[in-house]
Design a protein around this ligand. Structure first.
Ligand SMILES: Nc1nc2c(ncn2[C@@H]2O[C@H](COP(=O)(O)OP(=O)(O)OP(=O)(O)O)[C@@H](O)[C@H]2O)c(=O)[nH]1
Length: 387
């Protein structure tokens, strides 16, 4: 009987929720362009009142706020334990761990065996410095080891790989709201940068899902105005989880204007996080610096940039590393997202990129599915390499 009552109650709740969704469905707030005489006066900055109007070099005429049609927003998969759940996706990267384990387990290790170890690490893109370091430590520890049982060899390798990946790095995302000098709350702002094709827009979409799964209110800013389809793509990601996207319909619109309006929309809505996708074309370092610098500067008028995530395609190896260096020179990168780690045997790039930039890998892309983005957990990664 009690079961039946619960069932009836559940049906009533579903119907009510559906009704509410239907009432709000189709809301689409398109802000009309400002008329010339409505342009805000030139901003005046004071120490305790941050400017929240656009600087004169930002063209804000065609930015629109696309609210999601509130039809049945999806509930993204829980975030905790994603790396463990997606462990089999790392099977190609796992080849390094398994090869190392099998070589190290040989009865007595010859110079050829050590060369094989070196080659395995270099082929997996670990990089020369970390490879030499790991080999030195393994040589010492394997020598000291009396009996070479499989469990001890595995444990030594696990510990040493873990040290290389560095479990002490702070990999948390800065998603906490802040309070400005004016006493007003502002959202955390995350700028996502990287070369086109690395999976940037997809990552912003997936990251929105990660944050929504953690019950955070998110606004998306489609500041990749270089490619009109990128804004559509982002808006679709947002719609699916009931998140507003601020965008422009005009290809080549000022990305700083979109970023500014996205943060403003986030502030107005009391959102926790504003995620800003950028184009970040790499033809020319000065242009890149100009574009990202301007976006950062303009965002900072409303809220400090909490995090700059650099998206790197793990399959591009050394080339990807060079791109990463250029980005790190033009903007303060605070975290790395390594995408397409599911499709590569070059998992050593995790170590190499952290060493090169001194910045932690915070998230990894492990597939094309909507929830195939996982917070990077060093211990889980190393376990996956050895399983
Ligand atoms: N296998 C796999 N594919 C991925 C992953 N992340 C992104 N992709 C794919 O990579 C392709 C490029 O992704 P986009 O998000 O469009 O790349 P982008 O960097 O935004 O490119 P632009 O918008 O041109 O700057 C898409 O087909 C994605 O599905 C991942 O972790 N694994």
């Amino acid at each position: 009987m009690t079961d039946q009552l619960w069932a009836v109650l559940a049906v009533v709740l579903v119907v009510l929720a559906g009704g509410t969704a239907a009432l709000t469905a189709g809301v689409r707030r398109r802000r009309p362009p400002a008329l010339p005489d409505e342009q805000p006066a030139a901003p005046v900055a004071t120490a305790d009142a941050p400017v929240d109007t656009l600087p004169p070099d930002v063209d804000d005429t065609d930015v629109v706020v696309e609210e999601p049609s509130a039809v049945e927003a999806e509930r993204p998969a829980p975030v905790a334990g994603r790396m463990v759940r997606l462990r089999e996706r790392l099977s190609r990267s796992g080849a390094i761990g398994r090869s190392l384990l099998s070589i190290l387990s040989r009865e007595s290790l010859t110079e050829e065996d050590w060369e094989e170890i070196e080659e395995t690490l270099l082929l997996a893109d670990v990089g020369i410095g970390p490879t030499t370091e790991l080999m030195d430590r393994l040589r010492t520890r394997v020598q000291v080891l009396g009996t070479k049982d499989a469990a001890s060899v595995r444990e030594i390798l696990r510990e040493e790989l873990l040290q290389l990946v560095d479990p002490a790095m702070d990999r948390s995302l800065r998603t906490t709201k802040g309070v400005g000098d004016d006493g007003e709350q502002h959202p955390a702002t995350i700028l996502v940068v990287g070369v086109n094709g690395t999976g940037k827009t997809t990552t912003v979409g997936k990251l929105a899902r990660v944050l929504v799964a953690e019950d955070l209110e998110v606004v998306l800013g489609a500041a990749d105005t270089f490619r009109a389809a990128a804004a559509d793509q982002l808006q679709t990601w947002g719609e699916r989880v009931g998140v507003t996207t601020v965008r422009s319909d005009r290809e080549g619109a000022d990305p700083a204007a979109v970023a500014f309006d996205a943060v403003q929309a986030g502030r107005t809505a009391g959102a926790d996080v504003v995620l800003v996708d950028t184009a970040g074309r790499l033809q020319n370092k000065a242009d890149l610096m100009g574009e990202l610098g301007k976006i950062k500067r303009v965002i900072s008028r409303q809220a400090p940039v909490s995090e700059v995530l650099l998206v790197l395609d793990a399959t591009t190896g050394q080339n990807g590393l060079r791109q990463a260096q250029v980005f790190a020179e033009v903007v303060d990168v605070t975290g790395i997202v390594l995408t397409k780690l599911d499709g590569t045997a070059k998992g050593g790039i995790v170590v190499a990129v952290q060493r090169e930039l001194g910045v932690p890998v915070k998230l990894v892309g492990l597939g094309e599915g909507a929830d195939d983005l996982a917070p990077f957990v060093a211990e889980d990664f190393v376990e996956a390499l050895l399983s």
